[in-house]
Ligand binder design. Structure first.
Ligand code: PGA
Length: 250
């Protein structure tokens, strides 16, 4: 049985004071939640405050992005080594907002994943099709391409240390969640890709999170699908009560 992961992606929200206030409410609500791994991805500026706020709990902190380079003259970038040294255990890579708004490619995603693994971080590699891809019947083609160019470029050992997040772009921040069945189909496809590229053992151990308008009132239906190993939550992770309700789905 794969251990579930519920991860929050705060995007460009929350000051230091808001970060502290979030965890003051959130921590007691999940203090007895042992059924899943809990991850929160604050903006870079709030990482150290978040880490202070979760000391003594099992909540892990994630970076929302990372550079593909170890160090160098890359204004505005943050390296995997810096995130690991700061205390992050996870990093979100290839989010559709990064792909669409900041022109990240599958090749960037592969490089970022590799350098994050070298620093001991667990990458949460995001992929997902756009509305027009789905309407044109291209969902599997797009997912297959993103898989092959990103996580599929790793060695089997490296691949066994990452998480995938299936995030259909049409469901992110739109209030339109994929039905549990649509999500499960996409997860099963990605698991088949992992089986073909690596092995059945790799495929069955792979944890795939679903992301896109996950809320307290739809998490149970999503988690009822065996294919879904957790959730990557945007908007609903900003409110401590709603994120705790998602964490406590069972
Ligand atoms: P959402 O975002 O939950 O607000 O749809 C999900 C994500 O972007 O990871």
């Amino acid at each position: 049985m794969r251990r579930r992961v519920i991860a929050g992606n705060w995007k460009m929200y929350k000051t230091l004071a808001e970060t502290r206030a979030f965890f003051t409410t959130f921590n007691p609500l999940v203090a007895n939640s042992k059924h899943c791994d809990i991850v929160v991805g604050p903006p870079f500026t709030a990482i150290s405050t978040a880490l202070d706020s979760v000391k003594g709990t099992s909540i892990a902190i994630a970076g929302q992005n990372v550079s593909w380079s170890q160090d160098g003259a890359f204004t505005g970038e943050v390296s995997a080594h810096m995130l690991a040294e700061a205390g992050c255990r996870y990093v979100i890579i290839g989010h559709s907002e990064r792909r669409q708004l900041f022109r990240e490619t599958d090749d960037n995603v592969a490089k970022k994943t590799l350098i994050s693994l070298e620093s001991g971080l667990t990458p949460i590699v995001c992929l997902g099709e756009r509305q027009e891809d789905r309407e044109a019947g291209l969902t599997e083609e797009v997912l297959g391409r993103q898989f092959t160019g990103g996580p599929g470029a790793l060695t089997p050992d490296e691949f066994s240390r990452i998480l995938l997040a299936y995030e259909p772009v049409w469901a992110i921040g739109t209030g339109r969640t994929a039905t549990p069945e649509i999500a499960a189909d996409a997860h099963a496809f990605l698991r088949r890709c992992a089986g073909e590229k690596f092995s059945i053992r790799h495929a069955s151990a792979l944890r795939i999170l679903y992301g896109g308008s996950v809320k307290p009132d739809n998490i149970q239906g999503l988690m009822a699908q065996e294919e879904l190993d957790g959730a990557l939550v945007g908007g609903a992770s900003l409110d401590p009560k709603s994120f705790a309700a998602i964490v406590n789905f069972e």
